[in-house]
Write a protein that binds this ligand. Structure first.
Ligand code: NAD
Length: 484
């Protein structure tokens, strides 16, 4: 193992300063395209989290709370400007740490991060209450107040973008934040923390504490002075967070997994449908919570869909994420690669037919071939469980009822797609699909203005849009006795 940056150690960011962990411990972060160690990261534990929470509380009660809302918005705009200035560095760091192709980060993640900041910057001074004339003898109204200190726990598949989905609305609302990035992708979160200071955010407004989930993450969940936990990750950890949050009854938003169905009817534009279906599962090496991992094709077009999808899979350019022509990079870690390979093995044993991929690609780095399984039965594990890798399962259906039974027949409800030229059918499906987002004749786009989230094992609450403002504020009712 070599250090990409020899003796490069990244410290925690607490109270406006880069500091070592109180324990002095560090952990390594690894480049998934080579397996090489990139840097040592200071490892936060409960005592560092406590320090960060105290700092966030001080900032919340002090400078941040007293600042006018439009000034908070201006600081977020300044942060967006600095992110644009340092785009090259952020793109490189994100790619190095996560294995995401630089071209995809530049095209998708970075613009989404800036869009998120600009959107919530504009909303900071538009968080209004209501006058509700309840009685003749009183002036009764509401104001929306910031919740306080927010713990943001983020996964590794879109470290920058999902981090910003939490930071931007929380700060716009006047909350302060303790951010814990995933232990395998901590680099860009630390950089964002530094840029926030440079933009002029007061010390303690945004603290960044990389560390392990069961230690630093759990410390956030258990901390009695954190008012809200916003979490994106797996359903297993989501359940643990709910239990931990019971301690001080902190509020929780959970964005969890998915096993989304992408349904193709015979009247669809098959070229467009198959192209989108391939992108829907191979984008980000399948490490997307809303990946269209179950492709449901009507029996009359099933063979054609399978054949075209397999052909597309074989043309995906697997490569070094730093090479701008790479279409698909490695999985994020060796653990994730082995998990995906195990699922491919399970699919074979369950009797599904492998029509593309199925193997590790190369011997260096954590690459897996784009993989397509045909002959998949709804009850198989590869059709029910989230694989979180470039593995498409193609399932045949007979009619609309059959398609709905299969599409709605997992524990998840995050997203779904339907491809049809029949407008009535499109509306029937948007009504009857259990999903937080339904795409019609497209698959996968998201926009910060639209609510994002799911139900059941996909979690609860919504991020994005005006919904996020409710996540970080609560209404206060005011009753002023005026007399008659
Ligand atoms: P994970 O749940 O293992 O980890 C997510 C984060 O939680 C990490 O920062 C981790 O350190 C932390 N964590 C782990 N254990 C913890 C604990 N006991 N207490 C507090 N924090 C803890 O998930 P992952 O492997 O990082 O990400 C993959 C999962 O995330 C998939 O299931 C995927 O579907 C889901 N995901 C969902 C969305 C969405 O918007 N719904 C987006 C991305 C990822």
């Amino acid at each position: 193992m070599v250090y990409v940056f020899s003796d490069w150690t990244q410290k925690l960011l607490i109270d406006g300063r880069r500091v070592d962990a109180l324990s002095g411990r560090t952990f390594d972060t690894v480049d998934p395209s080579t397996g090489n160690i990139i840097a040592k990261i200071a490892e936060a534990d409960a005592s560092d989290v406590d320090k960060a929470v105290r700092s966030a509380r001080k900032a919340f009660e002090g400078d941040w709370r007293r600042m006018r809302a439009n000034e908070r918005g201006l600081l977020l705009l300044k942060l967006a400007e600095l992110i644009r200035r340092d785009e090259d560095e952020l793109v490189s760091l994100e790619s190095l740490d996560s294995g995401k192709p630089v071209s995809a980060i530049r095209r998708q993640d970075l613009p989404a991060v800036i869009d998120t900041l600009v959107y919530y910057a504009g909303m900071a001074d538009k968080i209004n209450g209501q006058v509700i004339p309840a009685r003749q003898d009183a002036l009764t109204y509401t104001v929306r107040e910031p919740l306080g200190v927010v713990g943001a726990i983020v996964p590794w598949n879109f470290p920058l973008m999902i981090g910003m989905w939490k930071i931007a609305p929380a700060l716009a609302c006047g909350c302060t934040v303790v951010l814990k990035p995933a232990e395998i992708t901590p680099l860009t979160a630390l950089k964002i923390g530094e840029l926030a200071l440079e933009a002029g955010l007061p010390a303690g407004t945004l603290n960044v504490v990389p560390g392990f989930g069961r230690i630093a993450g759990q410390a956030i969940v258990d901390h009695p002075d954190i008012d809200k936990v916003t979490f994106t990750g797996s359903p297993t950890v989501g359940r643990q967070i709910l239990q931990g949050a019971a301690g001080n009854l902190k509020r929780v938003t959970l964005e969890l997994g998915g096993k989304s169905a992408n349904i193709i009817f015979p009247d669809a534009d098959l070229d467009a449908a198959v192209k989108a279906a391939a992108a829907g599962i191979f984008f980000n090496t399948g490490q997307v919570c809303s990946a269209g991992s179950r492709i449901l094709a009507h029996e009359s077009v099933y063979d054609e869909v399978v054949e075209r999808l397999a052909a597309r899979a074989s043309t995906v350019r697997i490569g070094d994420p730093r090479d701008s022509s790479a279409g698909m990079g490695p999985l994020v870690s060796e653990v994730q690669m082995n998990r995906v390979l195990d699922y491919i093995d399970i699919g074979r044993k369950e009797g599904a037919r492998l029509v593309a991929g199925g193997n590790r690609h190369g011997e260096r780095g954590f690459y897996v071939e784009p993989t397509v399984f045909a002959g998949v039965e709804h009850e198989m594990r590869i059709s029910q469980e989230e694989i979180f890798g470039p593995v498409a399962t193609v399932i045949s259906f007979k009619d609309e009822d059959d398609a709905l039974r299969i599409a709605n027949g997992t524990v998840y409800s995050l997203a779904a797609g339907v491809w049809t030229a029949d407008i009535g059918r499109a509306h029937r499906f948007t009504r009857r699909l259990k999903a937080g987002t339904v795409w019609v004749n497209t698959y996968g786009p998201t926009d910060i203005r639209l609510p994002w989230g799911g139900t059941r094992d996909s979690g609860f609450g919504r991020e994005h849009g005006e919904e996020a403002i409710e996540n970080f504020t609560e209404p206060k009712a005011v009753w002023i006795n005026t007399g008659r």
